[in-house]
Design a protein around this ligand. Sequence first.
Ligand code: ATP
Length: 457
Amino acid sequence: MAEQASGKVSMEKIVSLCQRRGFIFASSEIYGGLSSCWDYGPLGVELKQNVKQAWWRSVVQERDDMVGLDASILMHPQIWAASGHLKQFADPLVECKRCHLRWRADELKDNSCPSCGGEVTEPHLFNLMFKTFMGPVEEEANIVYLRPETAQGMFVNFQNVVNTTRKRLPFGIAQIGKAFRNEITTGNFIFRSREFEQMEIEFFVKPETDEEWFNYWLEERRDWYVNLGIKKENLQLRQHTKGELAHYARKCYDIDYRFPMGWAELEGVANRGDFDLVQHASYSGKSLTYLDEETNEHIVPYIIEPSAGVDRSVLAFLCDAYEEEPDKDEIRVLLHFHPTLAPIKVAVLPLSKREQLVQVAKEVYAELRPCWMVQYDDTQSIGRRYRRQDEIGTPFCVTVDFQSLEDNQVTIRERDSMNQIRLPRAELKRTLAAKLEGEDLFVLPPGGQIWKEGGNG
Ligand code: ATP
């Protein structure tokens, strides 16, 4: 991990906002927490779902050459022998001779303990897979593993997918799901935890086209983050050196994000060659080849794998969206999420708690909530309520005021520009739908106006 930090927002601020506003909590908090596990709160779960949906939409729904899969977490233990995980999925572990804390040897600057400065032991390899037992008897023969990646479920279903979908090369399988790694050192909030979610693609190609598809996916995946609002200057591509390459990879690039603690991996794009299908064919005794109709030959496809972390993406989207702006005597904190990712799309706010206003606002709320996640809020001053919505990244607030009772118009206030537009209620849903899709459309009625918050119309 590089030293250079983004400097824009500290991890403390992100953690505090997430806790305070209900994005992310420490797991099992009332019992003192469980190290490196996290719970997504009411807003966090929406954000995370939106990230996963945006990914699914871009890599499955909008493509002809991709299908989805949801494989089980527990799989045949031989899979981990074939994949190399039983032998190779290990980090070098050292222990401090004085305080007995354990560390990853490759993360230490020298041979001393980062906590107490004591001397550390020689490294030994520590397998990162969580073990458990299948069935009631806890014996060696019943050991199964919690999957440390979703990828293997896609390799072992290759033939099933080919047979049932009649997909021809090149095509891919995409999957989102939990993965578990008994990491030696965790930290940096949800960046590295022991239970996390991945969004992985296994894209099967003719061997001679691997370079072309590798470059395609590297660019495609970087653009996905940029299209959802991540600033280009906070992303970089980094090629793995020969020494760093995993045993299965012919080539690998990390898509790094400039997190508050420095540049670190958000997603990896690897050319896995024919390693996986060859290994599983050999261990299972089943043929995992593909009949190339042009040449009538059986070939083993190469695999290009873009492998992203859901939690790391959530963290990157949070950090990138965080902004503090001077605002009169205060600081306005806002998360300028892309509308697709915003946990709450619209907040409906009556100007006051007067019954007639509340009634209209509740009608508006009822009209909008079948379409989007919408919040209704009638507590405290309107200014405070706007700030609360800014802080959780709600792109639009709809305000109902006394004039609304007479002219049946409401005000939409935009989070980023703080512009306000007044429009007939009948146009509200259509206008919000267009705006949430990124169109700058609104219907200005006769006598309608646009103004800036705090301005006088
Ligand atoms: P690192 O080098 O940071 O340990 P890795 O190279 O082992 O990551 P991969 O095996 O390539 O990671 O996994 C693909 C993606 O899964 C990563 O880019 C990351 O987004 C996510 N990921 C991996 N390990 C974790 C973890 N412990 N916590 C959260 N996300 C993770």
